[in-house]
Structure formats: C-alpha cells, structure tokens
Design a protein around this ligand. Structure first.
Ligand SMILES: *Cc1c(COP(=O)(O)O)cnc(C)c1O
Length: 492
C-alpha cells in the first residue's frame, strides 16, 4: 500500500514521499507528515542481529513507498559506508547502567551525519522519479554544524551542487576549517561579512526570487534545501532507534517487548520526533524525554502547555541546541490537535505573530508520555565530570544535557537510551574544562591530544583531517552580495 504525505496546515494536500522530499516545505508553509505512521512490518525478534543497513531498509521502506527496493538499498549502501568509522554505524555504549547511542561516527562527528549522508541520494532519486531534469543546487546558511554535514553529504553526488554560507566571525575555528577544507567538485562555501541571520535571510531571499529561478532553469539548475524539516532527513533518523532496540535484545540487555525510555538532547525537535515515530511504529518505548539546555522553551511547553519564545536567548556550551523556535514540534502539535490542520495553522500563526501559543488541556493530556527536563551550564559541566570520574567515558556537552536530565527524570529501575549526538572532540574546550578547570586557558588544538589521552579513544579522522588538510575555499562576500556570488559560482 502506498503511503502519502499531507501538510500540517492542509490535511487535503496529498503528495508522494519523493515529492515531499523534493519540495521540503509544503507550499502552505506547513510540514509534510505521513497520512499514518506505518507499522514496523517485522516482529521485534526479527530485529535481532540485523545490521544497521538492514534496519534502515526495514524502516525506510515503510515510509518511502514510492522508492523501489533497489533504489532504497542503493541509497542506504552509499550513505552508510566507510565514511563511518565503525561498521556498526551507530554503536550502543553501556556506561553506568545507561545506554549511550553514539550517533557521531560519521564524517563530521555529529548526529547530523546520520541523515545528511543519505539525503543527497534520496533527493537525486526523487528528482529522477519526478522527471526533474535540472541539477539540484542546495543552498544552506549555517551557524556551524549543518553546513559541514551537508557539504560532506553532497560532495561529488552527481546531479547536485551545494553552496554553503557562514558568518565569517560567527563560527569556531574547528568548524571553519572543517568547511574550508571540504573536497568535492560540486562544493562551494562562502564566508559572509555579517551574522548568521544575514546569511539565513540572504538564502531565503534567493529561494523566493522568481527571476533568479528562471535564470537558473535556463542553465539547467533549480534550488532545493537540506533543512532539517525535510522528511528525507526525518525518516532515516527513525532507523537508529529501531536499531538500538534490536541491539539491546541481541545483547540480552532487555526481553523482547520490554519498555525502554529514550532521552534526547533537543534543539529543532527533529531527533526526538524520530524517536516518537519509532514508538508509533511499534518499538516499546516507555517515556520520551526531551532534554533542553538553558534555552528551555520546550521544557516549559511540556510542563505548562504554553509555547513562548519571548525570552532571552542564551549562548551555551551546547550551541546546536540554542534554539527558541523548534520547527519540527509542529508535527507533534498536528498529532495532538487530532490532525486538525486549521487548528495547527492557527497556533503556528500565533507563534509567528506573537511568538507564543497555548494548547488546550485536551491536547496537553495527549502529551503524557513525553516529558521535558533541562540542565543549566553548571549541571552540564558537572555531568561530564561525574560520568568521566565514575566510568572513564567522556561525553560531549549536548549528550551531557541529556545524561543529566535522564538522571533527574528516570527512575533507577528504568532502562534508558540516551541519544549521544556529538563526539567530545568536536566540543573539546568545553568538555576538557568541565573535567578540569585548569584547561580553560589551554589552546584548543593542544587539548585534542589531551582528550585523546584522557578518554583513551582514537582521534577521529574528521579531526585529523582538519589538522592536516589544505584550505581550499577562500571566497568571501558582503551580506548583500550573496546573489551575485551564487551566480558567479554557477556561471550565470
Ligand atoms: C542538531 C543537534 C542537536 C539537536 O537536534 P534536533 O534534531 O535539532 O533537536 C543536538 N545535538 C547536536 C550535537 C546537534 O548537532
């Protein structure tokens, strides 16, 4: 049976999976959601011993029904290969009776790789299916992590180009080097003289520029986006929760059917939404715990039913979670609104107009299995130190937020999976300083070696690469010159 996608702001819209991937955002501004979340299609015991690739296929074929078996398997094979530094792709580390699901073994050592390594392939297959002849040009504005993961994913994928814009003085040294050393004939990165908002606005303006779209079409190009609201990013993320459950059974940690909680360090609400879908598919997940840093808009929402982004924005040591508008939450709102798209659109409009909305008691009750928690900066640092001193295992700042929240909200008897979203090497300064305050004034690059010695782990290839690789990209432009720069790059 074919599964179609509808918009959270228009339940009457009906598109295929490939069309939803190609379009990204629905024309009414809503997000695409499956008409119903499909069942897993195999018994729980059938998950035991499956490889990551097999699990990904089992999950994704239920969601992407207009892809053939061959197409889907090829996408999976191209995505989850030697780019990952472990055959397991997403290993589960048992530490202190908690399971850390390590999602950072890909090219850029953060969990964005789990989806961005497959999205380019899903996108090119989708283009073919919908008879799009143009090359797809991905435009992305980044505050650091997404840009590199997207570049790594799209590098040398036939039929695509990718252009990333980042604020010249707004990313860390490691992040900048990761981007400016990226190889690939179809990859460009541009530093703009401005901040992230300028970059984001510039990209948005280009997406909305009809004249530019025509010029592009004349040259055989069309724009698309690798944004985290694309279902081509969401669906692949469901796979690792299913995989984790299979591994727990395989390793004898749980009985078949036994419930486990899942705790997710959350920003844009994509990762935790994937866990929600895994649960809807039939994975016995007990509670879903949404962990926030000091930007705890989601914690307050789950507690009170009021979403209010009118508050101070805090820069924290877990920057990928410094978000006040969690775009993917709209998909959950739609579910608890009884799939009423008018009601969802009304709430989202209130968010746009006033920065705030309140759900009904009835909707709030439906959230009973999802709870929120948060960690302050001190609690996050203390958690890194605590876990290290007790077990020798070193976690990054984002993972530490979830780890702290897990201890606060889950009982001792409950089994919990913590989504571990970044390698500690990526946030080495904060991590090492948490372990020992005297590292605070040490050089970031020197600390990489200290971390290696302290954690007794191998230095990831992604880190070795930036220490050795040559800077390839040096393009820079003013915030108002982005369009000209894109035209130059594409030769139009
Ligand atoms: C993006 C990111 C998150 C937040 O994930 P969402 O899907 O946006 O909630 C958490 N940790 C790291 C390291 C990330 O890069």
């Amino acid at each position: 049976m074919d599964l179609y996608y509808k918009s959270t702001r228009n339940s009457d819209l009906r598109v295929t999976a490939s069309k939803a991937i190609l379009t990204g955002l629905s024309p009414d501004g809503g997000l695409f959601v499956p008409e119903s979340v499909p069942a897993l299609g195999v018994s729980l015991s059938g998950l035991k011993g499956m490889s990551y690739q097999e699990t990904a296929y089992t999950v994704m074929k239920q969601f992407l029904t207009d892809f053939t078996e061959e197409e889907l398997k090829e996408c999976i094979a191209k995505a989850y290969d030697e780019k990952f530094d472990t055959e397991s792709i997403a290993p589960l580390a048992k530490v202190d009776n908690t399971y850390y699901l390590e999602l950072f073994h890909g090219a850029t050592i953060a969990f964005k790789d789990m989806a961005l390594s497959i999205l380019p392939h899903l996108l090119t297959v989708s283009a073919k299916k919908n008879e799009v002849k143009n090359d797809i040009v991905i435009l992305t504005a980044t505050s650091g992590d997404t840009g590199k993961a997207a570049m790594a994913g799209f590098a040398d994928v036939a039929g695509t180009r990718i252009i990333v814009f980042y604020p010249k003085d707004g990313v860390s040294k490691v992040q900048e080097l990761q981007m400016t050393t990226q190889k690939g004939g179809n990859v460009d990165v541009v530093a703009i003289r401005g901040n992230f908002d300028n970059a984001q606005s510039g990209v948005k303006a280009m997406f909305e520029d009809k004249e530019l779209a025509e010029e592009l079409a004349g040259k055989g190009y069309q724009f698309s986006s690798a944004n985290s609201i694309n279902i081509g990013r969401l669906v692949p993320q469901v796979a690792y929760y299913v995989y984790a459950y299979g591994m727990l059974m395989e390793n004898g940690e749980i009985e078949e059917g036994e419930k486990v909680n899942v705790v997710v360090p959350t920003g844009n609400f994509g990762n935790i939404l994937a866990a929600f879908y895994a649960k809807e598919m039939g994975i016995p997940i007990g509670r879903l715990v949404c962990a926030s840093n000091e930007n705890k808009v989601l914690f307050d929402f789950f507690k009170t039913g009021v979403y209010d982004k009118n508050r101070e924005f805090v820069l924290t040591s877990s920057p990928s979670m410094d978000i006040l508008i969690s775009s993917n939450l709209e998909r959950l709102i739609y579910v608890i609104a009884g799939e009423d798209s008018d009601r969802t659109a009304g709430l989202m409009d209130a968010l746009k107009q006033c920065g705030k909305y309140e759900i009904s008691d009835d909707m709030h009750r439906k959230l009973k299995n999802i709870t929120g928690g948060y960690a302050t900066e001190n609690q996050t640092a203390e958690e890194i130190k605590r876990v290290y001193e007790k077990t020798g295992y070193v976690i990054d700042t984002h993972t530490a937020v979830a780890s702290y929240v897990c201890r606060q909200t889950c009982g001792n008897e409950e089994k919990c999976i913590i989504a571990s979203t970044a390698s500690p090497y990526k946030f080495v300064k904060s991590v090492m300083t948490a372990i020992d305050g005297s590292y605070a004034d040490k050089d970031e690059f020197a600390l990489l070696e200290t971390l290696r010695d302290v954690s007794k782990t191998e230095m990831p290839q992604a880190i070795k690469d930036i220490l050795e690789a040559e800077v390839i990209h040096r393009t820079e432009c003013g915030a108002e010159e982005m369009k000209e720069t894109v035209k130059n790059i594409l030769g139009i």
